[in-house]
Design a binder for this molecule. Structure first.
Ligand SMILES: N[C@@H](CCC(=O)N[C@@H](CS)C(=O)NCC(=O)O)C(=O)O
Length: 255
């Protein structure tokens, strides 16, 4: 027997992917909320020792030993691979390959930068990034053994500040997302879900990506004419119990 603990935040898109995978799989899990908006708890030394990038989510599986899994795409694959609960993986090899491609495409959509670029208050979101830089640099001095981790954290937030106002960078992300959405739309031709009639791990990650694009105001992609099959698919995904249970809500983070 084992137990699962998820370190996450209600409004983090990467955390939503994992919560939705857990709900669709039907597993019990304990929640530890990490405040990435106000206190920047993802930078606390105990957490950086668990997740060397100082980001959420992190999943811990406790049995006779503790297993730690980081990175949302790896975590959802790990959850799907567990023997108990509902099957989220396809049975045949061809669909397995397609599922992996769909997961990679969804994972590559840079929702972090798009979210910072489209945050309703540039001032408030800038404050959050600045607080992360300040805390990382100060902890880098206090904890020499974690210095390189903290410098990488500070650099990540510096890059977010730069890229979110770089219109060419944002355009590149949007073009690449559009291509991925076009590929995904094709998979829905004649299918209820991405791999056929059954909701799979590919649907878990795409549901969350669509929900975030919805929040970001990409209305024509999500509720418009560009991708009619994805639009009705997104409605179906929102009607699932798991969507509510996993709190895949559309809400801006604030401070
Ligand atoms: N590729 C990672 C990205 C993780 C990530 O950037 N998480 C965000 C929340 S969605 C975070 O922890 N941000 C806090 C920070 O950058 O300091 C994943 O998918 O898990």
């Amino acid at each position: 027997m084992y137990s699962l603990t998820l370190h996450h935040h209600p409004l983090s898109v990467c955390s939503m992917k994992v919560r939705l995978a857990l709900e669709e799989k039907g597993l019990d899990w304990s929640s530890n909320v990490i405040d990435i908006v106000g206190e920047q708890e993802q930078l606390e030394p105990w957490y950086v020792k668990l997740n060397s990038n100082g980001v959420i989510p992190t999943l811990e599986l406790h049995s006779s030993e503790t297993e730690v899994v980081t990175n949302s795409a790896s975590i959802i694959r790990f959850i799907a691979s567990l023997s108990e609960g509902n099957a989220l993986l396809p049975a045949n090899n061809r669909d397995f390959k397609l599922m992996n491609k769909l997961i990679d495409l969804a994972d590559d959509v840079d929702l972090q930068i798009l979210s910072y670029a489209r945050h309703p208050s540039m001032e408030k979101s800038e404050k959050i990034l600045d607080a992360r830089i300040d805390k990382s640099l100060s902890l880098a001095k206090q904890h020499p053994e974690l210095r390189s981790n903290y410098l990488a954290c500070a650099d990540r937030s510096e890059k977010s500040k730069k890229f979110r106002v770089n219109t060419n960078h944002i355009k590149d992300i949007e073009q690449s997302a559009f291509k991925s959405l076009s590929f995904t739309e094709k998979q829905l031709n004649g299918n209820t879900f991405l791999l056929g009639d059954t909701y799979s791990l590919a649907d878990v990650i795409w549901t969350v990506v669509l929900s975030r694009l919805d929040l970001l105001g990409y209305t024509d992609w999500i509720n418009g004419n560009s991708f009619p099959l994805l639009t009705s698919y997104y409605q179906r995904a929102q009607n699932r119990k798991s969507f509510t249970l996993a709190q895949v809500q559309n809400e801006w983070w604030d401070k």
